[in-house]
Design a protein around this ligand. Structure first.
Ligand code: SF4
Length: 380
């Protein structure tokens, strides 16, 4: 496979060029048991090894993948599982993403929290014991822009060890402003690396531009953020090819921004307003194979398993690859302080609070960690 990296001559901004999605699918399906065994036997794994580990041929060797994933996770991360909670700030969005409850076409109660309301919600999470929060909003810069995020981060940074965001794409200098205000990580998911599916499910708004979306993680890293989060929404296209594309994206970012921490999320489609039906089924066994394969390919990547997944599955995966869990989540702006609030982004499946998730992690012999960063490490 040729190098996926090209350099744009005009701006020196690197662009990721991925092979066609169908080519990735085919590469994976051509792998047989011999390639899987060879991939399992190697210490450092190539993109071809990742393809083998994602293949149907690897399914019969899932216990071997799990064992190695557990071993590598223990070597690189110890017994630590980080905990965080999302804080939804706004349900306004200008995009038309068919799979999302916040899509502009959906008739749901919309709300953007005032700074005071957002602070109140954050205080609730702080009192519940969270030290890491993820600020989430739909993509509607006119309703919630950089000034808002900057001010909110300044108000919250003494209460939280880590503040991440999952909002609309921003300019490099805007990410740098937010980093200075105390935000250290940005999640920006491609949703699907299949260009054709991407165009079919993103019907309008700035997010409909596949290439524009793909360039954001590199921009975040260049702005100096401590961590960038990648992700594919599972249920839109071939999950195996999504895994290989994620691996290519990770490897490319590692070369480009070796000091930036990388994480990957694996959200499986959940019921949401709009009633979108998954285009492909991704079972727990599939999700596990994807997690193990990426752990074997990139030993240092943080792997996130959210409350979209049910308690039984999340507990079963402790120690086998994931390094970060959400807990006590609500996907409605204002939903922590007001249990009657309406208009969620999607339904969650694990309703346990922080203490309950932490207890489950301890019961498996692992350490639930609420704090893995301190502002003292960060120049302001
Ligand atoms: S996925 Fe994000 S961008 Fe798309 S409609 Fe939902 S909130 Fe908006």
């Amino acid at each position: 496979m040729t190098s996926p990296v090209v350099i744009s001559p005009s701006s020196a901004v690197p662009l990721l060029r991925l092979p066609d999605f169908a080519t990735l699918s085919q590469q994976i399906r051509e792998c047989g048991p011999n390639e899987v065994v060879a991939a399992l036997g190697r210490e450092r794994r190539t993109v071809s090894d990742l393809a083998a580990l994602l293949s149907p041929a690897a399914e019969t060797m899932l216990p071997d993948l799990a064992r190695q994933a557990a071993l590598i996770t223990r070597q690189r991360f110890g017994r630590v599982i980080q905990l965080y909670a999302p804080l939804y700030l706004s349900s306004y969005c200008f995009n038309r993403c068919l799979y999302c409850g916040f899509s502009v076409d959906n008739e749901i109660p919309r709300r953007v929290l005032s700074l005071a309301e957002a602070e109140r919600e954050a205080k609730i999470l702080s009192r519940r014991g969270f030290e890491h929060i993820l600020l989430v909003s739909g993509e509607a810069p006119a309703k919630l822009g950089v000034d808002y995020l900057e001010e909110l981060a300044r108000r919250l940074r003494d209460d939280f060890a880590a503040i991440s965001i999952e909002v609309q794409p921003l300019k490099e200098e805007e990410y740098a402003r937010l980093f200075a205000a105390g935000i250290t990580a940005v999640a920006i998911y491609q949703e699907t690396y299949d260009r054709r599916t991407y165009e079919e499910v993103h019907l309008g708004g700035p997010k409909a531009d596949y290439d524009r979306r793909l360039e954001i993680p590199a921009r975040v890293a260049r702005a100096g953020m401590r961590e960038v989060g990648l992700g594919a929404l599972l249920g839109l296209a071939d999950w195996r090819a999504e895994g290989l594309a994620l691996g290519l994206h990770l490897a490319w970012l590692r070369k480009l921004a070796w000091r930036t921490g990388l994480t990957v999320s694996f959200p499986r489609l959940r019921p949401a307003s709009g009633g979108f039906t998954p285009r492909v089924m991704v079972g727990e066994k599939n999700l596990s194979q994807l997690i193990f394969a990426l752990r074997l390919f990139d030993p240092d990547v943080g792997l996130i398993l959210s409350t979209r997944e049910e308690q039984r599955y999340r507990d079963g995966m402790i120690g086998l690859g994931p390094t970060r869990y959400s807990a006590g989540s609500c996907t409605i702006p204002g939903g922590y302080g007001d249990s009657a609030a309406d208009g969620e982004q999607f339904a969650i499946d694990d309703h346990r609070d922080l203490a309950e998730v932490a207890a489950a992690i301890r019961a498996k012999g692992h350490d639930p960690v609420r704090k893995d960063w301190d502002a003292i490490f960060q120049q302001r």
